[in-house]
Design a protein around this ligand. Structure first.
Ligand SMILES: [Zn+2]
Length: 412
């Protein structure tokens, strides 16, 4: 049993002060004054000045293990997730040996089940030849989606076959696209539209890391015709641009102009961009300082403090924040719930007020750095609860049974 006293929770467009009782893994009671003496076994958390949000879900993470374990592994990555307020991560397939069939998929699942501290799902990558493999029942029941690379990435998976790009929309799992820019976006939208003539019920098309105004405009146009198109923004494309970050700035898509970032914020307000994915893509600082630095930033530990600040500053509404970081992704990937309501599974994160600097308490990600290092923040996550149990609190991690998630595979 956990009782939060005097914590602020999101309620419609406002924040409401309440007490919250968690029991048997669920939110049991939400009311202004719950007597602390009812907690016989468990703890009372005095949360005056703090905020409680649904724990986040990140549909776009590169855990790196197996293959690139020197950058990150399942233990360090899942702990970084918990520290950042995430209870669930979905892992991308571009490992050293890419996940393109049931053998590589099951090998990764085995490692993750042993080491992960958070619930997780796995993607398979589309190649020019593996659509029949992806369609197999034994693969479909293990994946949360299919990742399609139309442009260069770590691991070098680029799909060229038109048949593959058309037939991927014949399988039911969400199709996630790394477009590589507006040309790639136009290309996949062409295939999606073409498939719509032959396939009665198209799967979700999820556009990863939208970064430019041009893409926002194109997605806005197509979303009117195809409601199953969803688009993702990353914290680094929202908060960083070519002018304000130049250090270890190799990332794909590249950081854009400040006007593009503004367009992303507007895209969020207009419902064109629907999900925040961190695209947590760790590389070591030595690699980033090298001659040909690899592309990608770590992001799991910094997303929530940055976004919460934007919410308090009025850049995003509280309800939009919840949809962007939890509700929409849960619905797209069929894992349900995710709000702080009586009877719901208690996955939540407590944010504490203070004068903090990003990185001052170190990093849990194995790569050990962040492009946001040294930024001032007013709130940071201090406690993450998954399934009613404390999984992270003030620098300490607690291992619990975790779930392997596939779309619509579990009810919680
Ligand atoms: Zn990525």
């Amino acid at each position: 049993m956990i009782l939060f006293k005097n914590v602020q929770i999101p309620q419609a467009e406002k924040w409401l002060k309440s007490d919250i009782l968690i029991e048997h893994g669920r939110f049991e009671e939400l009311s202004p004054n719950i007597d602390r003496s009812i907690v016989k076994k468990g703890e009372v958390v005095d949360a005056e000045g703090g905020f409680l949000l649904p724990a986040l879900i990140d549909p776009h993470v590169h855990v790196r293990e197996p293959g690139f374990d020197h950058k990150e592994n399942w233990e360090t990555c899942s702990k970084a997730a918990l520290k950042g307020g995430f209870c669930t991560i979905f892992d991308m397939p571009n490992n050293k040996v890419p996940v393109v069939d049931s053998i590589t998929l099951l090998e990764k699942k085995k490692i993750a089940l042993k080491k992960s501290y958070v619930d997780f799902g796995l993607y398979i990558a589309l190649t020019d030849e593996n659509i029949e493999e992806i369609m197999k029942e034994e693969v479909q029941c293990e994946i949360c989606g299919v990742k399609v690379y139309l442009a260069h990435t770590t691991g070098g998976l680029i799909v060229k076959s038109e048949n593959a790009l058309l037939n991927v929309f014949r399988q039911p799992k969400p199709v996630l696209i790394h477009t590589g820019g507006v040309q790639g976006l136009e290309r996949i939208l062409y295939f999606y539209e073409k498939a719509s003539i032959q396939v009665p019920s198209l799967p979700i098309l999820y556009i990863c890391h939208v970064s430019t105004d041009e893409e926002v405009k194109l997605i806005k146009k197509y979303k009117k015709k195809f409601p199953n198109i969803f688009a993702e923004a990353t914290p680094h494309h929202l908060f960083l641009n070519k002018s304000n970050y130049t250090h270890y700035n190799s990332v794909l898509p590249h950081l854009a102009q400040i006007e593009d970032s503004e367009s992303l914020w507007n895209g969020i307000a207009e419902g064109v961009l629907n999900v925040i994915g961190t695209d947590h893509a760790p590389h070591t600082l030595d690699e980033k300082k090298g001659k040909n630095p690899p592309s990608g930033f770590p992001g799991l530990e910094t997303a929530l403090p940055l976004l919460f600040e934007a919410c308090l500053d009025g850049r995003i509404k509280p309800t939009d924040l919840l949809h962007l970081t939890s509700i929409t992704a849960r619905s797209l990937f069929g894992i349900g719930e995710g709000e702080i309501l009586k009877g719901r599974r208690a996955d939540c994160v407590l944010l504490k007020e203070g004068n903090f600097l990003i990185g001052e308490d170190g990093y849990v990600t194995k790569c050990g750095w962040s492009p946001f290092n040294g930024r001032k923040i007013k709130y940071r996550p201090v406690m993450t609860i998954t399934g009613g149990t404390t999984a992270y609190r003030s620098g300490k991690f607690y291992k619990r049974d975790i779930s392997f998630l596939t779309m619509h595979s579990i009810k919680r």
